[in-house]
Ligand binder design. Structure first.
Ligand code: GLA
Length: 694
């Protein structure tokens, strides 16, 4: 069923219905003025939604409570609170008064305020015509008079928690959660687990969204698979610390998932007249299993998140694994010549080109080319790279400084610190406080000059350590920096892109430590892991693909044995696995033999040929394979073993021809019986199959 996305309202029952192409979502303002959740699932009409009962768990000291659009404290509520506030007189909680609503195309705003205290709140909902993803967020406003500090109206309100939204999933017999866990070099490992009857917290306390979990959750009844089953999923568009709390109710109430920016224990003050808008916590209901859920998110990211979704992502060469910090014009030139010969389109000089940056001990913050290595600046190298027909990119880590840097010597107060605490160095570096306007101004200034000076085509924006001692001395409200830092980073990237419309940006944080929708709203790609071992990558890419589309997934073919894992794998396998995303090359090309270079050249050419399908097609995760599908083309990247691989999403009545062999297949046969795969007889065998619809 395909409906037109819309928002409608039944005034008698005070019911709102959000309609997306295949789903419906309903809420009601109750007699108590509380916004109650009614429905999130298959299509309903407004009349049908208006007849739905609100969840009314038994109100007693012993009951559990759930089922509101935004859990708060106050009265007999014992469920997970999305909003926790403390007023100047020590009182807590919220008693809602509904103040009306606005519907504006696909947008709904529900206006609420506290019955007594100067706290106003708007619930925002947005639906798009082409997506089942519903965007939700919240605005909090201190409605008291500006300036004064006496009385309830004039005093700041302490915010102990302010999530973007609470999502309610219907109570079912089973509740299974899908999410990712990880670590540096082993990000986005998919896990599925039965939800306990408890509150389960997924979080990052690091100042970045993190390697250890990615800010999303999928919920199903334990019966969904890649192609079938009801799945409710929620994704937070935020790149700093975050928290998603899932609550399974043992009394039959809905399963609640509340999420937002910041982690537990952080408090900050909303000042009179001030307004705070949360990031978006988006949700999607799908009947198409995990695969359908992922394709829904991929299309949403392409249609509503990425700044330039249609750009074919270039084939990148990056020097990091080849040279480490040993960046010299001579070495880079030699790599660039070989990279150009392979068909590389964008050459990125990684860490080690600036300041005293000959190791990780010094130089971060001093963003002029290293004077010994580049006595004539970067200009000559950039010119040579361009003369070879490639675009030019640079690695930067703007949020960081080494204690051994001119920047730190000049501005020791610019780093996150607390007066009576040690300054913890991780990777010998300290975090610059991007919640300070002067720091943000400085960062934009040098980045703007750097990009302009060399017409830099692409930046790799890295962030290599977590926050510690996250204070700002003499600030009465220092904990705001946890969110304000992230907003500062967003502001610099947004301004930079606006000033240099051709600039592209790859997000990175010690590998995949900041892979999220917040960064993807202002970057083109994500460096998802420092681990480039093709075998390990399969699982990392599988986890990343749950939400994020292939065009955003930077993936390099590197050396064998792999420098991180020591594993030996055939060149084509390393390429094939990297060709499942936005292909790059990261090996030390100076050591590749002529035979390897020639094979690599062929694989890059093959990638360019399949690129429109991989980057812009729909992705199906198959058994030890990924398939990409456009209207008339199919690309399958498969590994593992010989078998008949059942394809997905094809037209049963259509015929498809294998572009390499000319063999013809019926869609119905490929769906039901599969494509006969014969892999090369080698360790870690893999293949790419290209089919065209006749
Ligand atoms: C991080 C990145 C790497 C590389 C190094 C440079 O670890 O993830 O890709 O850029 O920093 O120091």
């Amino acid at each position: 069923m395909s409906q037109v996305s819309s928002v409608s309202f039944d005034a008698t029952s005070r019911t709102f219905l959000l309609t997306t192409p295949a789903t419906s979502y309903a809420l009601r303002i109750g007699a108590d003025d509380v916004p109650h959740h009614l429905h999130w699932g298959g299509p309903l009409t407004l009349n049908q939604a208006a007849t739905l009962p609100v969840y009314d768990g038994v109100i007693s000291s012993f009951a559990s409570t759930a089922g509101e659009e935004l859990g708060v404290e106050g009265g007999p509520r014992f469920g997970v609170p999305s909003l926790l506030v403390r007023y100047a007189d020590g009182s807590r909680g919220v008693e809602w008064v509904h103040e009306g609503h606005e519907i504006d195309g696909g947008r709904l705003r529900v206006y609420l305020r506290d019955r007594h205290y100067p706290l106003a709140c708007t619930l925002h909902y947005t639906v798009h015509p082409d997506s089942d993803v519903i965007e939700r967020s919240l605005t909090l406003r201190h409605s008291g008079p500006d300036g004064g500090d006496g009385g309830e109206g004039g005093a700041a309100i302490e915010i102990l928690r302010c999530d973007a939204a609470a999502w309610c999933v219907p109570a079912t017999s089973g509740v299974r959660l899908s999410h990712t866990v990880g670590q540096w070099s082993g990000e986005t490992q998919l896990r599925r687990t039965e939800a306990p009857y408890a509150e389960t917290v997924f979080t990052s306390r690091r100042g970045v969204s993190g390697h250890f979990g990615n800010p999303w959750l999928m919920v199903d009844a334990g019966d969904a698979d890649e192609s079938h089953g009801d799945v409710w999923s929620m994704v937070l568009a935020w790149s700093g610390s975050w928290r998603i709390t899932a609550q399974r109710d043992h009394t039959g109430g809905p399963f609640t998932v509340s999420g937002g920016a910041g982690h537990e224990g952080l408090t900050w003050r909303l000042r009179p007249g001030e307004q705070h808008r949360t990031p978006v916590f988006a949700g999607q209901f799908s009947t198409g299993g995990f695969g359908g859920t992922s394709r829904g998110w991929h299309a949403y990211v392409a249609g509503h998140v990425l700044p330039r979704p249609d750009e074919p992502r270039p084939v990148v060469y990056n020097s990091w694994e080849a040279t480490g910090w040993d960046v010299t014009p001579h070495g880079q030139r030699a790599l660039a010549e070989r990279a150009a010969g392979l068909g590389v389109e964008l050459f990125v000089v990684d860490d080690g080109w600036f300041g005293a940056r000959t190791s990780d001990r010094a130089g971060l913050g001093d963003w002029d080319p290293n004077p010994e290595r580049f006595p004539d600046g970067l200009g000559p190298l950039v010119k040579e790279i361009r003369a070879l027909g490639m675009r030019f990119g640079l690695w930067v880590e703007p949020e960081m400084t080494n204690a051994d840097s001119d920047l730190y010597r000049a501005h020791p107060d610019w780093v996150l610190h607390m007066p009576h605490r040690r300054r913890t160095e991780l990777r010998h570096q300290l975090v610059l406080d991007f919640s300070r306007p002067d720091v943000v101004e400085w960062a934009f200034g040098w980045l703007d000059r750097l990009v302009a000076a060399h017409a830099v085509d692409s930046l790799k924006w890295d962030m290599n350590r977590a926050f510690t001692e996250a204070g700002r001395p003499s600030s009465p409200d220092a904990e705001r920096l946890w969110t304000d830092h992230t907003r500062g980073v967003y502001a610099v990237i947004d301004r930079l892109r606006a000033a240099h419309p051709g600039l592209r940006v790859e997000g990175c944080a010690g590998g995949g430590g900041r892979a999220d929708l917040g960064m993807l709203a202002r970057t083109d790609q994500t460096w998802i892991s420092d681990n480039t071992d093709a075998t390990d990558r399969i699982a990392i890419q599988h986890g990343y693909s749950q939400i994020y589309p292939a065009r955003t997934m930077s993936a390099w073919a590197t050396d064998s044995p792999n420098p991180y894992t020591g594993r030996t794998t055939p060149l084509r396998h390393r390429f094939h696995i990297a060709m499942a995303g936005a292909l790059g090359i990261g090996g030390d090309l100076s050591r590749w033999s002529d035979a390897e270079l020639s094979e690599a050249r062929g694989l890059v050419a093959q990638y360019k040929e399949i690129r429109p399908v991989v980057q812009f097609g729909e992705q199906y995760r198959l058994d030890d394979a990924v398939q990409y599908l456009t209207d008339d083309r199919v690309v399958v990247i498969a590994w593992g073993r010989d078998r008949d691989l059942r394809l997905a999403g094809l037209a049963p009545a259509a015929r498809y021809t294998d572009e390499a062999t000319g063999a013809e297949h019926h869609g119905a046969a490929l769906l039901a019986h599969g494509l006969r795969l014969r892999l090369p007889k080698e360790d870690a065998p893999s293949t790419v199959v290209r089919l065209r619809r006749l």
